[in-house]
Design a protein around this ligand. Sequence first.
Ligand code: ADP
Ligand code: MG
Ligand code: MG
Length: 884
Amino acid sequence: MTYVFRFGGGVSDGIAGDKETLGGKGANLAEMASIGLPVPPGFTISTAMCQRWHDEGERFPDALREEVANGLAHVEQVTGHRFGDPANPLLVSVRSGARVSMPGMMDTVLNLGLNDATVEGLARAAGDERFAWDSYRRFVQMYADVVLGLDHDAFEEALEIAKEDGGYTLDTELTAADLKALVARYMTLVEEGQGAPFPQDPHDQLWGATAAVFGSWQSDRAKVYRRLHDIPAGWGTAVNVQAMVFGNMGDTSATGVAFTRDPAKGANAYYGEFLINAQGEDVVAGIRTPQYLTRAAREEAGARPASMEEAMPEVYGQLADVFQTLEQHYRDMQDIEFTVEKTKLWMLQTRSGKRTAKAALKIAVDMANEGLITREEAIKRIDPASLDQLLHPTLDPHAPRDVIAKGLPASPGAACGQAVFDADTAETWAADGKAVILIRTETSPEDIHGMHAARGILTARGGMTSHAAVVARGMGRPCVSGAGSLAISAKDKVLRVVGREIREGDLLTIDGATGEVMAGEVPTVSPELSGDFGVLMGWADELRTMKVRTNADTPADAKAAREFGAEGIGLCRTEHMFFEAERITAVRQMILASDQAGRQAALDRLLPEQRADFVGIFEAMAGLPVTIRLLDPPLHEFLPHADAEFAEVARASGIDVEQLRRRAAELHEFNPMLGHRGVRLGITYPEIYAMQARAIFEAACDVADGGEAPVPEVMIPLVATGRELELMKVVVDEAARAVFAERGRTLTYLVGTMIELPRAALRAGEIAAGAEFFSFGTNDLTQTTLGVSRDDAARFLGTYVEQGIYARDPFVSIDVEGVGELVRLAAERGRATRPGLKLGICGEHGGDPASIAFCQEVGLDYVSASPYRVPIARLAAAQAALKG
Ligand code: ADP
Ligand code: MG
Ligand code: MG
């Protein structure tokens, strides 16, 4: 087995792009060398040796010594310098490099090979004493720190004292004599620190540094990083040994970092910084202020010191050519390190550059337009989840912020508005055109209308999966939850924190992406939905085969979702409509009625309200399909709590309060999730579903009369048997027939069911006989298949995921093996009975890219996601189609 791979000087032992063996840095160095770019020669000790070194008690096998000697001979031959030769010394850098760039790995050691003898040789060869001693002091300092593990503050301090003694402010002002004295001081520090002198033999230095790189693979920092990023311990790191080139040889030398495009905004312009007469990481270390790469960037920043384009026009020209070559070769934006040694340009590193979501979008679209990549590649390069950053307003980064508290970043986006402390006020103020932030200790289903009316939501209690967080994310409202330092009094309408008070009507800003809470108004910047975003989405739409619908309960959500590209509604829940202030009394009368006549009277009052809801939604969706789920939750969710509420229902229905209370108590359930809900309501009280169906068809006729005919899809929830659906279909069809007869017209509509119980999935063949569509309700299907309550999962699910029992939270990303198997089976059995059966998904999973890929695989017709996740779903569906 070979462990050493040479590069540079026309030699390339490794296979281009073989990051597995060479590590990321080594693979790219070899690749740059092989396409003719100026790379200092060197060799890579493979990742396999890292493993072996650890396995064999941290010792190097003899065979490696020979291979390394060959590697060094290669570097000596190309450079004409000799390792350890006092007359003509070769210096090298020793650099770590795992497959993926990994903090926690050993820092690079530069100028290795220097000792008391070679430093003199370097000075003579370069004709520059100062440069030689500057390199030596850098080497000793780095080696002592990263290889010997000595306290680096002592060395920094010695350097500071040397500068003070000379009355200098910059490192570059130190003279050769100063640096010589500093090295002597460093040598003493090393002896004191490790009880032995600094290693003078360059070979000992090299093996010491190599062992330190391998050793750092098992450092605590590296282990933590690997655990957080799912990097296998078996990968190991490579070691790169490379001839030094010197950016610290005076004013015609420099070192710098650059991106081939702007990594923040994505503009097709070079972007970077450099420092004259400097080495290695001086640029990022902030010792001196770096200069801009391009003249345009310097002018834009209003900076004085010449840019590289101006100071070193010729080398800059070469660098620009290299940028072009690299982008053409890698077909992606590159992040680069370079050094100029006496006007000669050297490339030291390249890799695909990290970028913001905004830049990723612009770069992908630009590169496709430039013909560098295909549209398919552009689509594949964008992480759908990252779009979230672009869809919400963000805080103006330049505006000052008066941060008064920090909570959890529960739902992204920034919002500013007047503080309100209850849902009703939120609703009335919003109706008056005011922007409000709803502040609650925690939220409950009764706050939904207020959450909807608010620009943002702030709570003192509750985590990332609290009611406030889940509902806010679904609505696309920014939310900061669990800001524990806030003392909120809803009664007194005041929030107190750190000696400050926010009262009703005071301005407040929250940032749901960071969890920050700020007093006063911080201006926000709106998201940009046209431009590159629109272009990329258009390409995605051409490629995808699944439709994307939205989960929306209100006309406002439906409108927002259409703007994001929704092609219909996959789930319109009707229960939220029941909570509205003016209706809740009628709803309660309906529930608490002791007989059918009482129930019917209340339903008759609800009918026009429901019809109006549906009209709004049908209009917003102009002609697109709308799936409406008939009433689903257990009735007790709507029951009155407070005495005043009971009194009001009693007054409205003319029933005695005590009787009402008894009736309410009767409705108590031990396990409501598995209780009297879903289709069971329709079976026991068919008049409820009959009213809802009538409202749907009347609304559809109203809208059709005035414009485009909507396509209602009436969905029966929680069905387990074919018979349940059969009975409910009779109720719905009957309502349709009656309404169409009254209106003298007919409309196309479908009746179908949610598949959210394992029995329904298993009996899908039978159920499909009565269903024109299935919508997989994967939230409940996950709960019922796993036997896990979503509301109680927080206590143990984290541990499950940590231990790999479930790869991911099954409520976030579909459990393909279990729940997925049921979906697959139901799809097959359903379609066997009814070949044209329309299939969709409406659980939270409809907005999760991995789950969307699964939906494509099982052949669903559409996915449905909350409005703000519609663009994510469009892109993920395109990616899924490309994979298939
Ligand atoms: P990191 O992964 O932290 O960027 P690097 O190995 O890339 O570490 O090196 C740190 C710094 O040293 C970089 O600025 C790099 O360009 C510079 N450097 C590394 N090797 C050499 C070399 N052979 N000659 C000159 N500079 C080098
Ligand atoms: Mg570093
Ligand atoms: Mg680097």
